[in-house]
Design a protein around this ligand. Sequence first.
Ligand SMILES: [Zn+2]
Length: 417
Amino acid sequence: MGYDGITEQNKSEKPYEGYEKSDQTFLRWYNHQKILNILRTAGPMSRIDLAKTSRLDKKTITNIVADMLAQGTVYVSSIQKPGNGRPKEILALSGDFYYCIGIDIGGTHVTAVLIDFAAKVLASKTIDLHSHVPPDTILNLCDLLVEFVLENSGLTMEKISSIGVTFPGVVDHKTGKSILAENLPDWNNVPVQKIFEDKYGKVVAVEDCSRTMALAELWLGDNNCENFIVFDLGLGIGCGIVINNNLFTGSNGKSGEIGHMIVEVNGPLCTCGRRGCIESLSSGWALSQQTQNLLNQGKCNILQNLISKSENTPNMKEVILAAGLGDESCQELLAKAGEYIGIGIANALSLFNPAKVILGGRLIKDNRFMLESIVETVRQQTIADIYRDAQIELSGIGDNASAIGAAILCLQQCYAS
Ligand SMILES: [Zn+2]
């Protein structure tokens, strides 16, 4: 096989396979990927600046850029005319070269996003779920969401190259099957990849939602560091670990199960069958149960006023809102949950010494009582030197991070090097 770069035919293949690293074809492919990644991370630039940044000679850059222009991965976005010098063509990634859809199936929502070759989000849509929804209905909701993002991007399904699907759980990466989806019990041992391949006729990649959240941070977050951990706080609790700018998946794809770190021996029963995991004390589902118990005891009066009309079990948005309105029981509940999460983060800091901990997910959104408690606990419970190395920040990407990461899961093969 000769060098083709990325073409319609081999978008899912690795063109260097079968070559030794000393082979010129491999080097050319490797340099091509290097330039693509520079344009992705640093933005549009001229050939001269590409040569400086990549440390490749100008002739190599000229050849690679010629290939890229012919393939359509880059285009000339503008022309700079410096004083007396020659005009410089500014090269940028062609967004329309490749499109991916990311679908995030959670316990309380389903989200779809559509991104282009430059990882720009062109459209997104979420449907909130207020009760248990069977898989068939979830799949129908996916159809609605996919239709929405296509329509709002002005695209048809033919233009989509691949689809990333994410959910909270462990994935068998060889088969694309869910091994365990604790907070989506209907999705245990389900051939997720095959279902979506059959459904949409596209290449499908599957991954855990905390990992895809970390992938979104790696590509699109304003992080400027190579080692960080993303805590995904929602109905369940997970984390995505980035080491040396790479997502760490573990020896068998099961890293990041921080929600099942035990922080209270003989604590409440967890979905994993053990007791006292962070998730059994501080996750969305655990806090829902704890709130219900408080309501049964006649506490959480402000919350009670908020939910009395609908007579639903309180959801975490309502609990966070009640805390903000001065409901002391809700404030204490969120602060206590933050302590356990803080202990988990302190332990993770000691283990990995990351430069940053990013907090994402719907449970931490607008939740200052939990956030303050997390930050204070981490400060108290971490060795001072290690604490000083790390910043704790809220994710700047927002609610769609996992879905965006699912789409990037597909897109990243174009940039693999
Ligand atoms: Zn557990």
